[in-house]
Design a protein around this ligand. Sequence first.
Ligand code: NAD
Ligand code: AKB
Length: 322
Amino acid sequence: MNTPKILVIGALGQIGSELVEELCLQKGTENVIASDIRPEKEVNIAAQYLQLNVMDKERLYAVIQEYQIGTIYNLAAILSAKGEQDPMFAWKLNMEGLFNTLEAAKDISHLTKIFWPSSIAVFGPNSPRDNTPQYCVMDPNTVYGISKLAGERWCEYYFEKYGVDVRSLRYPGLIGYKAAPGGGTTDYAVDIYHYAVQNKPYQCFLREDTALPMMYMEDAIRATILLMDSPPEQIKNRSSYNLSGMSFSPLGITQSIQKQIPGFQCTYVPDFRQKIADSWPMSIDDTEARNDWGWKPEFDLEKMTGIMLENIAIQYPEVTTG
Ligand code: NAD
Ligand code: AKB
């Protein structure tokens, strides 16, 4: 019998491009199919690639059948800042994409596992902001956060009602050097490194004291695969797990960069994203993830800054830092 394949939807994004790389290493390139809405001719990726719109249910079902897909990682979404530009479309994509994958898992017997990411954006202005617990008041006020909270409830519903093995993490802001972020409130924490290595000043769109939960991408990918590889009885939460890596403010990351590039300058000019950040937690309590499936982060701010600066510098060979 053929090994069931893994389909990554939204594979060309910030998370997808790194997740595909790691899944190919761990599960074998021949077992991973990357897909995204972008046409094949624009794409350079290790795994087999298919152009796929997650909102096209008929084609999604056909792909799952043709390639004998056993697991889907559905990463296609509009993120927090971009979502506010066209709330109705963000709601449509984020919900329809989730429903199509959940329905497929209900309808197609060889599709046995789904990963769908949630976010710290499920919390809102009345959630506790410090060490935010798994269960508390949740009143998100962005279309993105509302779609993620609704999505979490639907994940649990499909698990309880139809036995769909769906697993989810509430990712913090993710930071990596391999792919650009796609329109979130935490994107500054990637952009700032690119300016620093080019010896350019950076203008941050958040206030200097805005602490937010963040995570280095390698930790996020490890958490995702660990969650997906854990035996089902260890997954006691079928909405979405709190997940914590580190917390810092724009001033904190600036100071961390200045330890290695002393002349680096950052100014702070808040825009509409400040209100979003102010409604999110400053830090996250992820006790359940640690207890249920052994989660433990490996990267703190200083370690991440070292790796980010070193690897982003390679992307600008014309610049000599220091
Ligand atoms: P991204 O914007 O970088 O990537 C999303 C990808 O989805 C893009 O490559 C895009 O082309 C693709 N896409 C868009 N519409 C599509 C469609 N109709 N069909 C198929 N593909 C489509 O986002 P990301 O940062 O990689 O995030 C992936 C998931 O993780 C999202 O659900 C996001 O909400 C969640 N998440 C991300 C972060 C973060 O900091 N990056 C934090 C929390 C949660
Ligand atoms: C965003 O800022 O929208 C994302 C997220 C935390 O979900 N990075």
